[in-house]
Design a binder for this molecule. Structure first.
Ligand code: 4NP
Length: 165
C-alpha cells in the first residue's frame, strides 16, 4: 500500500536547493511533532539539483541549533517522481517551488501539494522568503515563520489522527 492511502501522514517539505528552508522545516516539524506525540514521517527535498548530497547551509544548521534542533545530519536531495506516491503531503515553501513540484508530478501521483503558509489564516498565499543570499537575521526570521507554520501543521495532523482513531 502506498503511504498516501495510509492513515499515518508523511510530509515532504520542498524548497529550491534543499539546504536552507526545507531542511529547517523538516527539523522544526520533526521536533514539534515529537513534542506533541504526533506519529508522522517527515522529510525534505529540493526542486533543483544544485545541492544533492550536501549538508544544510551552515547558517541553517546554526539557526536550528539555536532553537534546540539538530539538522546537521540531513543530506540534500532532489524531489523525485516516487515522492508523489510515498508522501501524503508535499509542502512547498514558496510559489515557485509549487510550480517546480507540479512540473515533476506524475499523472497518478497521490500526494496533496500545498503551500506551507496556507496553514496560517493570516499568511495565506505568502511565501517563506529564500534566506540564501541574506544574513543571519534572515535565517532567524525564516526559522520563526517556519516554526509558527509547523506548529499549526502539527495541530492539524493531530486532529486528523484523533478523528481517524
Ligand atoms: P533553499 O535556498 O531553496 O531554501 O534551500 C537556496 C539554496 C541554494 C540556492 C538557492 C536557494 N542556490 O541557488 O544554490
Amino acid at each position: 500500500m502506498h503511504a498516501a492511502t495510509q492513515t499515518k501522514p508523511a510530509v515532504l517539505f520542498v524548497c529550491l536547493g534543499n539546504i536552507c528552508r526545507s531542511p529547517m522545516a523538516e527539523g522544526a516539524m520533526r521536533d514539534a511533532a515529537h513534542k506533541a506525540g504526533l506519529d508522522i514521517i517527515v522529510a525534505s527535498a529540493g526542486t533543483a539539483n544544485y545541492h544533492i548530497g550536501n549538508a544544510p547551509d551552515p547558517r541553517a544548521i546554526a539557526t536550528a541549533r539555536a532553537h534546540g534542533v539538530d539538522i546537521g545530519d540531513q543530506i540534500g536531495r532532489q524531489l523525485s517522481e516516487n515522492d508523489f506516491y510515498t508522501f501524503t503531503h508535499i509542502i512547498a515553501l514558496d510559489k515557485a517551488n509549487i510550480a517546480g513540484i507540479k512540473a515533476r508530478a506524475p499523472r497518478q501521483g497521490k500526494a496533496k501539494v500545498e503551500l506551507l503558509l496556507d496553514v496560517l489564516d493570516h499568511r495565506k498565499g505568502v511565501a517563506v522568503p529564500d534566506p540564501y543570499y541574506g544574513d543571519d537575521a534572515d535565517f532567524e526570521k525564516c526559522w520563526k515563520t517556519i516554526a509558527e507554520a509547523v506548529d499549526a501543521l502539527v495541530v492539524r495532523f493531530s486532529r486528523l489522527q484523533q478523528n481517524a482513531a
